[in-house]
Design a binder for this molecule. Structure first.
Ligand SMILES: NC(=O)c1ccc[n+]([C@@H]2O[C@H](COP(=O)([O-])OP(=O)(O)OC[C@H]3O[C@@H](n4cnc5c(N)ncnc54)[C@H](O)[C@@H]3O)[C@@H](O)[C@H]2O)c1
Length: 267
């Protein structure tokens, strides 16, 4: 097989959750450019439709899939309907996620549970619903959105950190169980990416602090994650499973005590 043709997703159907904007939209765009018909899930109907229109205008195939990923009771039938309509399901990108920043005393159980429900429980529920069809097809790709918080922590985001550590555990557990069905399960661990989720920190000391501690000395754009999604979804990654691929400008290989931008090459 020619190396480049291994990356083609022609003829495949991909479902991306939380694809109405931000990183999910960038994943959907990349998969569609690689040839997949992308089903763009979001809670926000207008955002999902607008995102689809953009992919179609760029020459891709896309359809909206509006539902709440925490609608656990109905996910099986929602996925069944999508498979009936589109004929197959090859790729699931579990991307929908939220972040609530607050110290422990201002982070009551309902907030903690909401974060765990969307960021972790829904990843399991979606994988469970979609794996049924992937098993029938004897091939599948499940790609979960982790974070640098899958392997590290900082104050003020305890529920998010717990959820993203859980995503790494789920990724490994699902990979262990589903590998026998030719279904690979991996995670992408984005570093700091400028999206609506964190736009409010622009210009604050936090933004600069991250820049200082990231070897590449900058934040990334969502588009910089697209190629990793295509790789993990494609035949090029046919024997890659149970892994988290950090796309973080080197942040997690850097000691958190070292401020990269302040150290010259001679230091
Ligand atoms: N932005 C970053 O720096 C960063 C870093 C690491 C990981 N991530 C992860 O990437 C993912 C996407 O983040 P983003 O920055 O693009 O966020 P975002 O807030 O810009 O977009 C999230 C999208 O998910 C949708 N969504 C939220 N809850 C949903 C639900 N219950 N059902 C369906 N859709 C829902 C929202 O409507 C929105 O369109 C998240 O899992 C996040 O934790 C983000």
């Amino acid at each position: 097989m020619k190396t480049l043709s291994q990356f083609s997703l022609e003829g495949q159907v991909a479902l991306v959750t939380g694809a109405g904007r931000g990183i999910g939209f960038a994943f959907a765009h990349a998969l569609s450019q690689a040839g997949a018909h992308v089903l763009l899930n979001d809670l926000n109907e207008e955002a999902a439709q607008k995102a689809c229109d953009q992919l179609i205008a760029a020459g891709g195939a896309a359809s909206p899939a509006v539902f709440d990923v925490t609608d656990f009771e109905h996910l099986d039938s929602i996925v069944d309907d999508l498979v009936d309509t589109h004929g197959r399901l090859d790729i699931l990108m579990n991307n929908a996620g939220i972040l609530i920043r607050s110290p422990i005393e201002d982070h009551p159980m309902p907030d903690f549970s909401r974060v765990i429900d969307i960021n972790l429980n829904a990843v399991y529920a979606m994988a469970r619903s979609c794996a049924r069809q992937m098993k029938v097809q004897k091939r599948g790709r499940i790609i979960n959105t982790g974070s640098v918080m899958s392997i590290s922590a900082r104050p003020g985001v305890i529920s998010y950190t717990a959820s993203k550590h859980g995503v790494l555990g789920l990724t490994r557990g699902l990979a262990a169980e589903l590998g026998a069905y030719n279904i690979t399960v991996n995670a992408i661990g984005p570093g700091y990416i400028l999206t609506e989720m964190n736009r409010h920190v622009l210009g604050t000391p936090f933004e600069y602090r991250i820049r200082e501690r990231t070897p590449m000395a900058r934040w990334a754009t969502p588009e910089e994650l697209g190629g990793t999604a295509v790789f993990l979804a494609s035949d090029a990654a046919s024997f890659v499973s149970g892994q988290i691929l950090m796309v973080d400008g080197g942040l997690t290989c850097n000691s958190l005590l070292v401020e990269s931008a302040n150290l010259g090459a001679s230091s």
